[in-house]
Write a protein that binds this ligand. Structure first.
Ligand SMILES: [Ca+2]
Ligand SMILES: [Ca+2]
Length: 245
């Protein structure tokens, strides 16, 4: 089993791997980049940094599942596997016919899930159906400790868990972004606004557990006064800002 140890001299270069060998590749603390032929099997310990893995096959050439704390990709035609340990910082994966997806683990108050782009990875082999939005947990700190996210630099899917306290402000939220509320059964978020800023709050048992401020999201939408329900916010903003699952 050949072993390849990347060094700082590889920084800025894409290291191609091909042939039917079963490689073990160790990355550096910086951002490493490798390119994989479909006939090549690799276990890639990328180390720190957002490492980039470019599969030379198309999305439909592979399946994905969890294997321990790694993601395991199987090339359907060749049967070769690519194993990538999962980190919370994430690595960037790309197929021949795709944009880049971030592979990472995301924690909310209810647990930790592994995502490839927007797709949750499970222990069962599955087709890759991800879209390339960046998934971010809004589970940060607590109700007294606010966090700031900037959604202007790409397409984001924010995961909101009603059963973990948070207090977040999101700037630049627009129609390519979404807040997905997990475990949303039986909870009612309250939507109010202060000019173009929208405040989304959730109270459980008389206490506020979630505060989400969408700064400037109603900019240019005219004079709006939200009535508290999601429908009024949806009508005012003009796109699906929330999904409740
Ligand atoms: Ca690395
Ligand atoms: Ca955005």
């Amino acid at each position: 089993m050949p072993i390849l140890v990347l060094t700082d001299a590889d920084y800025g270069h894409v290291v191609p791997l091909s042939g039917s060998a079963d490689w073990i590749v160790y990355g550096t603390d910086a951002a490493d980049a490798i390119e994989l032929a479909t006939e090549t099997a690799v276990t890639f310990y990328g180390g720190a940094g957002t490492d980039a893995v470019h599969f030379l096959g198309d999305i439909e050439d592979y399946t994905i599942r969890l294997s321990g704390s790694s993601a395991l990709f199987t090339c359907i035609e060749t049967g070769q596997t690519v194993k990538i340990p999962i980190t919370s910082a994430g690595d960037s994966l790309q197929f021949n016919d795709s944009e880049s997806f971030i592979l990472k683990s995301i924690s909310t108050g209810s647990g930790t899930s592994v995502y490839l782009g927007t797709q949750i990875v499970t222990g069962t082999d599955a087709s890759i159906t991800a879209d390339s939005s960046v998934v971010v947990s809004l589970y940060e700190g607590d109700i007294t400790d606010s966090s700031l996210f900037d959604a202007s630099m790409g397409s984001f899917k924010f995961i909101e868990d009603p059963y973990s306290e948070n207090n977040v402000e999101i700037t630049g939220f627009s129609s390519d972004d979404l807040i997905e509320v997990s475990n949303s059964q039986g909870v009612d978020y309250f939507f109010t606004n202060d000019g173009a800023d929208v405040i989304v709050s959730l109270n459980i048992n008389g206490g506020t557990v979630s505060l989400i401020k969408l700064t400037g999201v109603l900019e240019g939408k005219g004079d709006v006064i939200l009535d508290g329900g999601y429908e009024s916010f949806h009508d005012a903003v003009g796109f699906d800002a929330f999904s409740f699952v």
